[in-house]
Design a protein around this ligand. Sequence first.
Ligand SMILES: [Zn+2]
Length: 70
Amino acid sequence: MTQTQKPPIQLKCPSCQRQVIWNDEFPYRPFCSERCKLIDFSDWATEKNRIPGSEESSNISDQWESSTDD
Ligand SMILES: [Zn+2]
């Protein structure tokens, strides 16, 4: 009888490029650890927050105008 054992899927952690094997040893896969998972998520969230940043600058100019009007 031949055992057909699939080779483990190996990938790199998107955060630190460490080797991650797709099995129960890495519950946070494709990240190597919970830490890397959080790092990646915070990166993503920061990038997302950059878009509505233009609203803030329009608020600042609004304050400027009202102060000169006084
Ligand atoms: Zn990592």
